[in-house]
Design a protein around this ligand. Structure first.
Ligand code: MN
Length: 360
């Protein structure tokens, strides 16, 4: 099926799925939740702008047609429906980001730069309508590192955004390359967290052949994103820029459970001239924070808190691809200490996102 045909079909199906969302928006549905839900901040919450639907269609092979169709409609709502779902689940503040892959797959760097500014201005306009409820992550044209750094600075300083979200590699280039030093230097200086969101690699590794169910959130996205984050660690990006902060979703994309092994195997790996002053886990714990997006498991949360430290784990939903009510009730009722729960629900996000800048 051609992309445009799929989009047309998805738009039709989206109408049919509006009823499903109406059920989720029914206030009665939240009455089964914890009687004292915590106020929460969420930061992997996506939207869609009209000019970016074609890029989003690149993701359709990764997700079921049902998710793609209702997702598109929900992504485009930045008003009452989204706010109602936030209210029912005590999500006080959502940091919005364009659904991927966006400009990460744009081949023309000049087009990417122009559209990056456009979508960031669009988002800023939406945030201005509800500044106490919405924040923003910049969408950047990583084809040009210096220009991306400038746009990040404009978004943080002038538009009041909290940082940026990058959907994996950009035309085969990963963020540890030398060309991105100027970007990391700026992000660190701005204390702007960079949310590394899953995306596809440019090739299709043989291990996923004949298994389309593995190509996406079940498997390939986590491993691609984990490897990308490790490239940054081992290339020494965080050694050079100690104040740089990377954010990973999906309970850390498998990193937390593997810290010991990274430290154990790195010294005997085939690493050429690479050196690090500290073990890999030092940089992962100092420079990477994670969110709970799309993982509602007490076991995974306990592992993440213990491995990364309770100051590095933040609540998120991954709206509209995950169920807000499930994510919210999970964190409201998780088997963790109350101090940990407050940090995860909002405390860590306030600090890492520098919400003091927004509030003044
Ligand atoms: Mn997401």
């Amino acid at each position: 099926m051609k992309r445009r045909d799929f989009i047309a079909g998805a738009a039709l199906a989206a109408g049919a799925n509006a009823a499903a969302f109406a059920v989720a928006a029914n206030p009665a549905a939240s009455e089964t939740s914890n009687s004292k839900p915590l106020g929460k901040i969420a930061l992997e919450e996506h939207f869609m702008a009209p000019d970016f639907i074609d890029y989003f269609a690149e993701t359709y092979p990764n997700i079921s047609p049902q998710i793609a169709s209702f997702g598109l409609a929900a992504l485009q709502d930045l008003g009452e429906r989204r706010l109602a779902i936030m209210d029912q689940n005590r999500i006080d503040f959502s940091v919005l980001s364009l659904a991927g892959p966006g400009l990460q797959v744009e081949k023309d760097g000049a087009v990417a730069q122009k559209k990056s500014k456009q979508v960031n201005d669009f988002l800023a306009g939406e945030i201005q309508k509800r500044p106490t409820r919405f924040g923003g992550f910049a969408h950047l044209a990583m084809q040009n590192s210096a220009a991306a750094a400038d746009e990040l600075e404009r978004c943080v300083r002038q538009l009041g955004f909290q940082g940026a979200m990058i959907n994996g590699q950009t035309n085969g280039e990963y963020l540890d390359l030398d060309k991105y030093s100027v970007f990391w230097e700026r992000a660190a200086a701005l204390e702007a967290p960079i949310y590394l969101h899953p995306g596809n690699p440019i090739d299709h590794p043989a291990v996923y052949g004949g298994h389309s169910e593995l190509w996406g959130p079940v498997c390939s996205w986590a491993f691609e994103t984990a490897a990308h984050a490790l490239r940054l660690v081992f290339a020494g990006v965080f050694e050079r820029y100690p104040k740089a902060k990377l954010v990973l979703g999906h309970m850390g994309e498998t990193l937390p459970i593997s810290l010991w092994r990274f430290d154990s195997r790195w010294p005997i790996s085939h690493r050429g001239s690479m050196t690090l002053a500290q073990p890999p886990s030092f940089y992962i714990k100092r420079n990477i924070a994670i969110t709970t997006s799309g993982v509602c498991s007490d076991f995974s949360l306990r592992c993440a808190l213990d491995a990364m430290g309770e100051s590095n784990v933040m609540f998120s939903v991954d709206y509209p691809f995950e169920k807000t009510e499930l994510a919210a009730q999970f964190i409201d009722n998780a088997k963790i200490a109350e101090a940990e729960r407050i940090n995860v629900a909002s405390g860590n996000a306030k600090r890492i996102l520098r919400l003091d800048r927004k509030i003044g």
